[in-house]
Design a protein around this ligand. Sequence first.
Ligand SMILES: [Zn+2]
Length: 104
Amino acid sequence: MSQRFVDRRRFLLNTALVSAAGVLAEGVRHPAAAFSVYPMSPELKASYLAAKSCGTDQSTHDRITRTVLAKLNAMPAPPPGQSLSETVICPICGCPIVVSRTGS
Ligand SMILES: [Zn+2]
C-alpha cells in the first residue's frame, strides 16, 4: 500500500522535473519579450515628451489637436498604409504637438 504512494510521488516528482526542464529550456531559447526594451519612434517620442513635460492644461492641447486634425481631414486622404502628419508648436508652452491621420 505504501509502495503505491511512493510510486505516485515519484511519478509526480519526475513529471514536475521534466516539465520544469522543458520550461527552462524554452525560456533559454526564446527570452520573454515582456522584458525587452525597444526604442521609441521619433514621432512617438515627441508625443510622449509633449505629454509629460507640458505644464499647460490639456484642454489647450486638445483644442490645437482638433484644429490641426480638421485641417488634415480637409486634405485628400493618404494612400492606405500611409499617413499625413503635422507637428505644431504649442504657443503657450512650446511643446511639440504631433497630429496624424492614417489612410484607410
Ligand atoms: Zn502647451
